[in-house]
Every structure is written in structure tokens, then in C-alpha cells.
Design a protein around this ligand. Sequence first.
Ligand SMILES: NC(=O)c1ccc[n+]([C@@H]2O[C@H](COP(=O)([O-])OP(=O)(O)OC[C@H]3O[C@@H](n4cnc5c(N)ncnc54)[C@H](OP(=O)(O)O)[C@@H]3O)[C@@H](O)[C@H]2O)c1
Length: 307
Amino acid sequence: MLSLNVVGAGKLGRTLAALWHQNSVFEIAGLFSRSTANAHAARDFIGAGIAVSDMNKLPAAQVWLLAVPDDQIATMAAALAPMIARQQSSAGQPPMLFHCSGALPASVLAASETGLLASAHPVHSFADPKRSLTDLPGSTVALEGSDEVIDVLEPAFTALRCNCIQLSPAQKVLYHTGSVMACNYLTVLMDLSLQVFQAAGIDNHSAMTLLEPIVVQTVKNNFALGPTKALTGPLVRGDVATVARQTKALRALAESSESGTAATPDVDAATLAAMYQALGKAALPLAEKAGLSQDARRQLQSIFDET
Ligand SMILES: NC(=O)c1ccc[n+]([C@@H]2O[C@H](COP(=O)([O-])OP(=O)(O)OC[C@H]3O[C@@H](n4cnc5c(N)ncnc54)[C@H](OP(=O)(O)O)[C@@H]3O)[C@@H](O)[C@H]2O)c1
């Protein structure tokens, strides 16, 4: 079994290490994080490995995972270079190094000065590591980098019942942007929707209760039917007057918020109005494909174009 060091003991790092330990894929060697307490907490979560307070005290390992925030990856790779060089000279071969960013290519690790680099992006939200221990199987992992590292990582993720695909470095940014738009922005849309309910005087709990079945059904419809057939509501029906009333209501909310007379000051009404218009505009080509008449489309476009 190959040994694994984990640098960055956050949500993703501890989850993957725990799963690889449980499935006897890697022997968990060292764990290092910015905060030593977090490295120890990760050790307890994983049930294996040695938490160290100084990166230079990490043991040698054949594979290294850099699970730090994206903006820290290149700096940490450079900081690891002397240790990697030491390990290479004593073991006779360089260790493998990978990160899990969706947006960055393997080459961001170049300053580590080992040629064995990869990126492995699980298309999964590690918001709650305990949940991810059971929910990760079935997720896709996008691999990119040197063949030798991919030959190790592909079976490692397959052992966790993930599906692996391979990407080129040039594909990574837009590939990741696509998954951010569908996954992260869905969460942002939920928050915006809850703010609108709040402005209508409907509390969070009631709004969540009424939204859950329809949001889940909409997500399922999107996967079963595709976005064009899944789109329902006033836009695709061409209910121009309804859309005009909703736009007006959000603008009135934004104006009362600007003048300090809003009943719900914690609602960001200006953003709500702007997002309703921007997403409405983006929906028009889809609605037209789904049967919206050209005349209704023009009227809706002029509502959304009004400032
Ligand atoms: N979360 C997701 O859903 C997800 C999904 C796919 C890919 N990813 C990728 O996974 C990577 C890690 O993300 P994450 O969500 O696990 O982030 P996270 O929970 O914020 O964990 C990052 C960890 O890195 C540690 N860290 C930060 N700067 C450091 C430094 N200079 N030296 C050592 N440790 C440092 C932090 O340490 P302390 O807490 O100890 O201060 C933290 O525990 C990122 O590249 C991200 O793009 C995340």
C-alpha cells in the first residue's frame, strides 16, 4: 500500500484520507495543517496518521495531497520543494504530488520540483465531512496531470466508488465554472429566494417547507427531461403581466430599501431585483425553445431591459 501525506486538514483532506484509510487504499502517514489543533482533529476523524505541528516534521510518503485553499496551493508547493528534494535523494525516486482544485491545473504545483504532478477534482460538495463519508460514492472525479500519478489516483478513487474522467489542463477553468454555476449558484438562488419570501413576510422555516418538494422535483425534472422541458412558470407561459408585476414589486422593494423605509432591512433588495432581471433575460432563449412566442419574448425582453 502506498503512503499518503495530507497538507491541509480541512473538509476535503480529512474526508478523502478517512475514506482511503477505511478502504485500505493508502496508508495515512503525516497530517499537517495551518492550525495544529485542526491537524489533530483530522487525525481523530480519519483514525490514522500522525499530526505534526511543523511541516518539516512530516514523514516521507510516496503520495502527497495538497488540500489547502486554491490560492495557497502554489505557495505550499514551493514550500514543500526542499522536503521533496530530500525525500527524492534518500528514496531514489520523486514522490507524487496532487491537489483537488477544480479550476487549477496540475502545473500549479510546479514549484515543488517533482515531475509527478496531478490534479484530481471530485465533483462533490464536502460541506459536511461526516455526510461525505457516505455520500461521495457515485461522484465523478476529474483527473489531469502526469500518467504515472493518474495511474495511482484512478484506482484510488475507483476504490471509493467514484467515476473518473480525464481532462486536459486547458479544459479545467471552464469545466469548473460549469459545475460552480449548477451547484454553488443553486445554493445562492435558494438564498435569494428565501430573501424574497422574507420580504413577503413568510418565515424561513415555512419557506423551506414549501420549497423543498418543488425544488427537488425541479432538479429531478432537469436531469430527466433537460432544462428546456423542465422550464415551467410565467416566463415560458408568456404571462407578461405577471412578470411585469414581479419586476415592479422587486424594484419597489429596492427603492424602499434605498430610502431606508424597508420593512426587512436585511434583505438585499437591489441584488434581488438585478438578479431577477438578469436571470429572466437568460431564460428567454430557453423559453423560446420551449414554445414562447416571439411577440411575448419581445415584451418580456423590454421589461427586463428597463432600468
Ligand atoms: N469543499 C469542497 O466541496 C471541495 C470540492 C472539490 C474540491 N475542493 C478543493 O479541495 C481543496 C481544499 O478545500 P476544502 O474545502 O477542504 O478547504 P478547507 O475546508 O478550507 O480546508 C483547507 C485547509 O487548508 C489549511 N490551510 C490553509 N492554508 C494553509 C497553509 N498555508 N498551510 C497549511 N494548511 C493550510 C486550513 O488549515 P486550518 O483550518 O488548520 O487553519 C484548512 O484546514 C481546495 O483546493 C478546493 O478547491 C473542495
